[in-house]
Design a protein around this ligand. Structure first.
Ligand code: TNX
Length: 745
């Protein structure tokens, strides 16, 4: 079966195969197209140990020829596979690259092998493909500041981007937590700014402000040679590298190196983790700030030939500008009414400078605030509004709305995913992305260059985790940016993406199988006190099989057809089958029924209105909150203790209370410091006050934990529960208690 991602415009299948052998010749008349033939030759070298040769003249048969055809559109290609030869017709470098990458995808996945695969048939089915992109900006942004990734990983990523016909690598080189690009004129930027005190053991948003004298050991940066190597490498894969030089915020690493760049010149250190709001920003008043930035840009344009230079512009909290004498003077001199206009002045000035180098500025959508610089393009991330607005004003736009393009979000059921930024962006949702918004005029749509995925790396610390976040979501993104809308569909993509998994496997990529993961949704019926559990994964028609009995063998699992009804404590095990093999992560969940299910809960202290769960029954409805604390199952208390009384409505034997709590220190959600349980027959006299202390621990990661409190078995009707709050997060946002569920036995 032919499985190409992104889906080509048209495929006409024929009969038979072209078979590669050790004598297959790659023919390119133009010297400038010779270097890209390595897309095939390096792979045959590794997997088959053949050294395929290049030639200028075509032999009688057994060749792959690159034929210049100026009638082809930019980046488009026509691929003709015959039994005797293969030709790629294109008008430019990228067209030929994509022809070669398509051949790569048509070859058996073993072509990706690093080691010799002997006696193998390396064949490609006879066919004709006509193909070309829908958008001209098909991008990926990697954040290498929050965590550092070396150039070997960057080059691997570029290879994989090219396989998916992506053509723009947006390199987020600067942020608060690390300056990653060598600037010869300002060596401290990398001597100091590229390293921070290592607090990797703590949650990103719960890291301490580093103190002077502490050793800064976490970090790294790219030298000019590294950058040239990456830019050259990318060029041979048809990829433009767009550097991002953040300003005026997200630059604490620069200010730590050169405090004079800020308004008040207070010495700071490179932060070890999250900082919010970002108030330490470049001073917009001092001329020296602009001299510095122009010097930086001078080196940047030498290193990066890209038409676009990204200048950031996001998330500046401009309170310092309001009180800084230099900034105030600047506003007065320039007749600027407020700090938003001062940011516009800042960006406009840099835009002019960059334009004078023959380049075009692109920035995050905040650059629209206070008036956008005349020649600037906008990267729309806070939804698509920025892109709507900018295109209405006649500016170029790249769409990267958070809901579809932020690969730092979870892609599967949060309880079984590695810690991520938050939010939910499964594979199928990426596939729904469209950079063109229905209400756009044709003129506006013309200005939409394309889209891109962004992988922010606050929580992504290793190459393999980065791969996990990128694949297969990047494949879905590539298809929506490349392929015509008509003729492609999620169901069809689902089949092809499964074939891609085999290739990624062979490439040694740690891709995610979360799309296979079973998601449950459950509802409770209060009359019958039973729950109904539905199971599904992202692929329509998946063969899900389940069991509600302990120790059942997989072979005896029942095929899942409709919701499962449960009215007593049950563990549901489920798996997805692909033929007679299981695939993807296994599902296991215990739905626990207990004596308080459906009983009355009285709130002596009220939960916060932002986290109400589903009201009064939340804590006693069997259904448990997940690590996605916005899932609607949690009740939460802010800076307040929990105090509730459960009324079992009649005297019952009780001996145990189990309380479920969430901890996620980033957003200031902590386990309680102390639990108290007391019991009563009449709601007046309470006995058996049991106290449990929970020691505070600083941790990275999130966890749902059950705290168990046991006591002498006795008759009771009322159970009062008190959970004492932190106060661990008081210096930041206060501290939260998140509770669900209260189990009584
Ligand atoms: C917002 S998107 C940011 C980044 C964070 C990201 C986390 C943008 C322009 N700024 O600094 O890493 O959210 O999702």
């Amino acid at each position: 079966m032919i499985s190409i991602i992104p889906k080509p415009t048209s495929i006409n299948e024929g009969q038979g195969y072209f078979e590669f052998d050790a004598h297959t010749v790659i023919v390119a008349k133009q010297e400038k197209f010779k270097s890209i033939t390595s897309i095939l030759t390096t792979r045959f070298q590794r997997a088959a140990r053949w050294t395929l040769t290049n030639a200028i003249e075509r032999p009688s048969d057994n060749y792959v020829e690159l034929v210049l055809d100026t009638a082809q559109a930019s980046e488009a290609y026509k691929l003709s596979v015959k039994k005797e030869n293969i030709t790629i017709e294109a008008s430019d470098l990228n067209g030929f690259i994509y022809g070669l990458e398509t051949i790569r995808m048509l070859l058996p996945v073993e072509i990706e092998s690093d080691t010799l695969i002997s006696k193998f048939k390396w064949s490609v089915p006879v066919m004709e493909i006509e193909d070309g992109p829908r958008f001209k900006w098909r991008g990926l942004m990697l954040d290498v500041s929050r965590h550092f990734f070396d150039i070997d990983y960057i080059k691997k990523t570029l290879d994989r981007m090219a396989l998916l016909k992506l053509n723009t690598f947006h390199w987020h080189l600067i942020d608060d937590q690390g300056w990653r690009i060598e600037i010869k004129k300002y060596p401290r930027l990398t001597e100091m700014g590229a390293f921070r005190v290592d607090q990797e053991d703590k949650h990103w948003n719960a890291r301490d402000v580093p103190h002077e004298g502490e050793k800064a050991t976490y970090g790294g940066y790219y030298t000019h040679d590294d950058i040239k190597e990456v830019v050259d490498y990318a060029k041979n894969l048809g990829i433009t590298v767009v550097p991002e030089i953040e300003m005026p915020a997200h630059v604490m690493s620069a200010i730590a190196s050169y405090p004079e760049l800020s308004c008040f010149e207070t010495p700071i250190m490179v932060p070890s983790g999250g900082v919010w709001p970002i108030t330490e920003i470049y001073c917009a008043g001092k001329e020296s700030t602009f001299t510095f930035l122009e010097d930086v840009i001078d080196e940047v344009v030498q290193l990066f030939p890209s038409h676009f230079i990204h200048i950031g512009g996001d998330e500046a909290t401009k309170t310092n500008w309001e009180s800084c004498p230099h900034c105030k003077k600047r506003m007065l001199d320039e007749g600027l009414k407020n700090v938003d206009q001062l940011q516009s002045y800042f960006i406009e000035r840099m835009e002019k400078y960059i334009a004078s180098k023959g380049r075009e500025v692109i920035g995050w959508d905040e650059i629209l605030e206070g008036g956008i610089a005349p020649g600037a393009a906008v990267m729309s991330w806070r939804g698509v509004e920025g892109g709507m607005d900018a295109s209405e004003q006649g500016h170029n736009v790249v769409m990267t709305p958070g809901n579809f393009c932020y690969f730092d979000k979870y892609q599967g059921p949060q309880n079984s995913e590695p810690l991520a930024f938050g939010g939910y962006l499964p594979l199928s949702k990426v596939y729904e992305f469209d950079p063109i918004i229905e209400v756009m005029t044709p003129e506006q749509a013309e200005l939409i260059l394309g889209g891109q995925a962004n992988l922010w790396s606050e929580y992504v610390t290793t190459n393999s985790h980065s791969e996990y976040m990128l694949y297969p979501r990047l494949a879905a993104l590539s298809e929506v940016l490349w392929s015509k809308k008509k003729g492609r569909s999620w169901n069809d993509f689902s089949i092809r993406v499964k074939a891609l998994f085999g290739r990624l496997e062979q490439m040694g990529v740690n891709y995610s199988q979360s799309a296979y993961a079973i998601r449950d949704s459950a509802t409770m019926d209060l009359d019958s006190l039973s729950i109904s559990v539905s199971l599904k994964n992202e692929f329509e028609g998946s063969d899900i099989r389940f069991s509600t009995q302990k120790g059942m063998k997989l072979e005896s699992f029942e095929k899942y057809r409709s919701a499962i009804n449960l009215s007593e404590s049950t563990t549901v095990n489920a798996v997805v089958f692909n033929g007679e093999q299981t695939i993807g992560p296994k599902f296991q969940k215990k739905y626990e029924f207990h004596k308080a299910v459906g009983k009355a809960v009285k709130y002596n202290t009220m939960y916060n209105q932002s986290y109400t769960g589903i009201g009064e029954t939340t804590l006693v409805n069997v259904l448990r909150g997940s690590k996605d604390f916005h899932d609607g199952q949690w009740q939460a208390w802010l800076n307040d203790d929990i105090d509730i009384t459960i009324d079992l409505l009649e005297l019952q034997d009780v001996e145990k209370v189990v309380l479920g709590f969430l901890q996620n220190q980033g957003p200031s959600i902590y386990f309680p410091r102390e639990l108290q349980v007391s019991i009563s027959k009449d709601n007046v006299n309470f006995s058996e006050r049991i106290v449990k202390y929970i020691p505070y621990e600083s941790v990275n990661g999130d966890e749902i934990r059950n705290f168990e409190i046991k006591f002498q078995k006795q008759k009771a009707r009322y159970i009062r529960i008190i959970a004492k709050n932190g106060p661990y997060g008081v210096n930041k946002n206060g501290s939260w208690l998140f509770m669900d569920e209260v189990l009584v036995e």
